[in-house]
Design a protein around this ligand. Structure first.
Ligand code: NI
Length: 142
């Protein structure tokens, strides 16, 4: 499956962003605080590799406990799929645990995503492929 991005936990987004820029990354989508998710997110890329910097703000964030455990570290790889529900079911059939139904994420222009976890593969995210002819799904737009 094609990789869309790597999710990377960070303790302080501004400090992390400064380091990623120093490492040669460019900003794809500016830092923004997403109130409903209790986290700030910024997308950066380097040579075709996109990284999602995720900074949980408080214990209400789903990634808060992961941050306490891993500090600054990658924690999920996101893969693109044409049909998120069909693909999620295939993973469930392979003993992945679906962590909640697919939902539209405001961090990526309301495209549908879901998370799954597996004992051998760890955590993965699925994102439904951008639908052509739908201008609201342009990644560059906020
Ligand atoms: Ni992600």
């Amino acid at each position: 499956m094609r990789i869309h991005h790597i999710g990377y936990l960070v303790k302080r987004l501004e400090d992390a962003l400064e380091e990623f820029l120093f490492l040669g990354y460019e900003i794809v989508k500016e830092s923004k605080y997403y109130e409903d998710m209790h986290q700030s997110i910024c997308f950066v890329s380097n040579g075709g590799y996109m990284v999602e910097l995720i900074c949980p703000i408080d214990p209400e964030s789903a990634a808060w406990r992961l941050l306490k455990r891993y500090k600054n570290a990658p924690y999920h790889i996101c893969y693109e799929t044409e049909n998120i529900r069909e693909t999620a079911q295939k993973f469930v059939d392979r003993n992945y645990v679906l962590l909640g139904e697919p939902f539209k994420t405001p961090a990526i222009d309301n495209r549908e995503v879901c998370f799954l976890i597996n004992e051998s593969a760890g955590m993965i995210e699925l994102i439904e492929t951008e639908k052509k002819n739908d201008k609201t799904r342009n990644f560059q737009e906020s």
